[in-house]
Ligand binder design. Sequence first.
Ligand SMILES: Cc1cc2nc3c(=O)[nH]c(=O)nc-3n(C[C@H](O)[C@H](O)[C@H](O)COP(=O)(O)OP(=O)(O)OC[C@H]3O[C@@H](n4cnc5c(N)ncnc54)[C@H](O)[C@@H]3O)c2cc1C
Length: 394
Amino acid sequence: MTRTQVAIVGAGPAGLTLAHLLRRQGVEAVVLERRTRAHVESRLRAGVLEQPTVDLLRELGLAARLDAEAMTHRGVRLRFAGATHRLDLSGLTGGRAITIYGQHELVKDLIAARLADGDPILFEVDEVELSGLDADPVVRYLRHGRRRELRCSIVAGADGFRGVTRGYLPGTVFEQLQPFAWLGILARTAPSSDELVYAAHEDGFALHSMRGPALTRQYVQVPPDVDVAAWPAERIWQTLRRRLGHGDGLDLPVGPILDVTVAAMRAVVTEPMRHGRLFLLGDAAHIVPATGAKGLNLAVADAAALSYAIGAWAGGAPAELDRYSSRCLDRVWRTQRFSVWLSQLTHRLPGEDAVDRRLRETALSELVSCPHTGAAFAERYVGQPLPTPWWWNG
Ligand SMILES: Cc1cc2nc3c(=O)[nH]c(=O)nc-3n(C[C@H](O)[C@H](O)[C@H](O)COP(=O)(O)OP(=O)(O)OC[C@H]3O[C@@H](n4cnc5c(N)ncnc54)[C@H](O)[C@@H]3O)c2cc1C
């Protein structure tokens, strides 16, 4: 194919969700992905889906496997000052919840559904270059040794933080690196809790989360310049047990560690998220510190907003394209504030003293004891409504 309406660069959650939403509006799109299908379907990353994300997937008919296999969490545990407390997310939000479903499983579902619809995803596309972004975009790329060209009306840059499309935006990039990182541990052990456990320990943060009945994904706070070699399995398990409160309501069985990764914690926002006919979405436009578990959900929210704007444009109302960036940025900055705030509330910060620690414990205590404070947190954690009405009432 040499011409389409929308060229979507990147087959992550942002690009694939956008492709499905556009199809429902009768807008044609081609998805271009740098990696192989096998690679994107096995890349372990996020696992917490907000309620609006799940609602959207159900509305699109893409949640059959998710509904059969995912775990619904109606609460979350917060551990601090030597005790674990439960925050009743559903009780505080009128019944809403979070869903635990691996990002790679979601990506598998989105790819399978698109290919079953007979719509194109071009894997193993390299050297993507954009031109004509003012009026008549062209995407040039290399695939299977041949140079090709795709002409389109709109380019959606959904190629993540390390992609190429964000380099075409002349706008401002706001960036802040947090003074800590996460060591992520994937282990073959049964989860010790039926809900996520966030621990704000005096030694540093830890998170107990799961990817299935026999698979845990846990994190410990480490310095940004951590040397992974200094973290053998024994040290990892000791640290997790100490910070998460092994023996105090939580049994943390030791098991084979399958993977250890390091993730920097950064807050990045590109403003505006549009340049001419190029529109950024997802991690290509912004990164939030992982503590709030918002990155994937923000990518889906951008896709909803962009599909609405493109649908309106295709229906003869191009002004919606002009509103896309500001509509998204409002949500992005609110999510950024939540994620940075939650990170700083739960992590040990450099140079902090005993007073800082007591203030942090007091703030955490208010979260679990004051219904108004707890409700404000729970509303944000389970997810705010999506930014626009999308295709069905647009
Ligand atoms: C360890 C970890 C844990 C996380 N946990 C959570 C969580 O619990 N909850 C949450 O909401 N978020 C979480 N996140 C964040 C979440 O994974 C991202 O926000 C999400 O992947 C963003 O989706 P995306 O589609 O914008 O980008 P990506 O998922 O990065 O997808 C971009 C796609 O573009 C492709 N690509 C890149 N360059 C090119 C190119 N030049 N040409 C063509 N294709 C290209 C990539 O291969 C990729 O497939 C986590 C992230 C990490 C790293």
